[in-house]
Design a protein around this ligand. Structure first.
Ligand code: NA7
Length: 519
């Protein structure tokens, strides 16, 4: 966004980050095993064609360190660093209706005014840490995966991890091999498929580089934007034998999104198709995990309808002598003691390090902790009391000139192409506004309501809302369950954005700035 607005539109821009370096998610999430579980070749920017040809990679998925190095290189190459103010948290943003500008207050005591405010706060950046009795008494170290300290090594230690989502399962795969003992506190059993992680050849890299134009075209027109063709075949339209063959093929190939969206077209919409996929994964758990009781606890029985997860060898880790599984659904955590975690059965699990892989207050969490005030002094917290909404995921009524990257009701897809889509579109809108002098831009309430309704209808067509997960805010106690994503895919989302722009930014009220209007 900074590159587009400053280097291409010529605006004066300043970016702020609480962190001591750039990288966002990939700055903070330094836990053992952290990596993107979308294949590396599409987990990057597409805008810099030169960099696509020059940046090298050696493994199918990109580990955190390399992602961070990549993002730092992008900043360096485009000279962005000089306009990024690090170690600076934005605490408040107040819209001044009389002047049509935002006033930004930071935790460094500075104030800035700006015509446009873009929030790229990250949909998964405000940590969710369960309030467990006795936390402060623990003598070891307690960490959340999203703020992993550089000085913390788990080698040889007694480690406990609460949470088995994308993060928790990645952590388990890495920690099992280095910890003295690993105790996994699992609330819900997970459907996890192999990732197929491993080295890639130079020929593969050369082939991807040569094909990038087509690759990005395909990604931009697809649903989940993960770099593969999604299936058009309903699962129940083929024989049971053929279904198993296809599931096995994708199991062998690896990747969670591929398994969910590449095998058949209706895994997340048809309960029978969903059950077929779920049962296939369950059969694999039974095959892999040697201890029947551990296998039982690891086997999910609900719908296969959370964000898909993949790892190199998740279930295999539970065959190791140094790994213990505790089902906290059956045997809840009672308290944390100076020595570790006590479960309801009275057992004290002694630990040196307790890791919370318990996720995030997704989508609006990072907005609610800031004091953002739009028209009439209304705060974003008040505005989103019944759940976050956003017109096209980029703007919300009552907050003119506030543009969100990955705001509520953005497309549910691989994030880098989703981010680029919105960044380009927001830049186009600002360019138009600057050219026409209509620099107060506000989503209308009716357009936002209609978009929210569309997102609701699309979500209801899927099985996702039937399972409790962060996608609908169900992971945060007291958070209202709302639809926070657009589920028709990136291709259709992009088509909608183009349509809106071509219709003169339909659904936006575009007015001249009060300060620019002649008296
Ligand atoms: P997730 O997917 O929200 O997973 C969090 C995990 O923590 C999940 O297993 C939860 O169990 C568990 N959890 C959450 N709160 C509690 C409490 N209070 N007690 C016990 N266990 C709890 O977060 P991730 O960081 O793994 O991934 C988030 C996204 O980041 C991911 O989808 C990718 O897009 C990147 P539950 O399943 O809710 O029973």
């Amino acid at each position: 966004m900074l590159h587009r607005l400053r280097n291409e539109l010529g605006l004066r821009v300043r970016a702020f980050d609480r962190a001591g370096g750039v990288g966002g998610t990939w700055y903070w999430n330094r836990y053992p095993g952290a990596m993107s579980d979308v294949e590396g070749f599409v987990y990057r920017y597409s805008f810099d064609k030169e960099m696509l040809q020059e940046w090298n990679w050696t493994t199918k998925y990109t580990p955190q360190r390399e992602l961070l190095a990549y993002l730092e290189a992008v900043v360096e190459k485009h000279g962005l660093g000089e306009d990024i103010q690090l170690n600076t948290g934005v605490e408040s943003a107040v819209f001044d209706e009389s002047r049509g500008v935002w006033t930004i207050g930071t935790d460094t005591g500075e104030t800035f005014t700006t015509r446009y405010l873009v929030t790229a706060l990250g949909p998964l950046s405000t940590a969710n840490i369960p309030d467990i009795e006795g936390r402060e008494r623990f003598r070891g170290r307690i960490v959340h995966t999203g703020a992993w300290p550089d000085d913390l090594s788990i080698d040889g230690k007694r480690v406990g991890v609460v949470g088995t989502g994308s993060t928790g399962t990645q952590f388990v795969c890495a920690a099992a091999k280095v910890a003295g003992h690993l105790t996994v506190f699992q609330r819900s059993a997970q459907y996890c498929v192999p990732s197929g992680h491993g080295p890639v050849t130079d020929e593969y890299v050369a082939e991807v580089r040569a094909g990038y134009d087509l690759i990005w075209d395909q990604v931009r027109g697809s649903r989940v934007a993960c770099g593969f063709e999604e299936s058009e075949v309903p699962a129940m339209s083929v024989s049971e034998e053929e279904r198993r063959r296809v599931f096995q093929e994708y199991w062998d190939k690896g990747n969670g999104f591929r398994f969910m969206f590449g095998t058949f077209s209706d895994i997340v919409t048809d309960p029978a198709a969903n059950e077929a996929a779920a049962e296939f994964i369950r059969s694999k758990i039974r095959e892999i995990v040697k201890d029947p009781e551990t296998a039982r606890k690891l086997t999910p029985t609900d719908l296969y309808a959370k964000r898909p997860i993949c790892n190199p060898d998740y279930y295999e880790n539970f065959n190791r002598d140094n790994v213990t599984l505790v089902s906290i659904k059956e045997n809840p955590i009672r308290e944390i003691t100076p020595n570790g975690v006590v479960t309801e059965d009275g057992v004290e699990h002694e630990l040196d390090v307790l890791v919370f892989a318990t996720g995030f207050d997704a989508v609006d969490g990072s907005y609610k902790r800031m004091d953002i005030r739009g028209r009439g002094g209304v705060t974003i917290r008040e505005h989103w009391e019944d759940g976050p909404t956003g017109y096209l995921g980029v703007a919300t009524h009552g907050f003119p000139n506030l543009f969100m990257v990955l705001g509520p009701n953005s497309a549910f897809s691989n994030l880098p192409p989703g981010i680029e889509t919105q960044v380009e579109w927001i830049a186009g809108l600002i360019r138009t506004a600057e050219k026409n002098g209509t620099t107060v831009i506000e989503a209308t309430a009716s357009a936002e309501d209609a978009w929210t309704e569309t997102c609701r209808e699309l979500a209801a067509y899927t099985l996702f809302p039937k399972v409790a997960s962060w996608i609908f805010g169900a992971n945060i106690p007291g958070k209202k369950n709302t639809v926070m994503f657009y589920f028709a895919g990136l291709g259709s989302y992009r088509a909608k954005l183009s349509e809106v722009a071509e219709a003169g930014y339909e659904g936006f009220d575009l007015q001249a700035s009060p300060s620019l209007t002649p008296a």
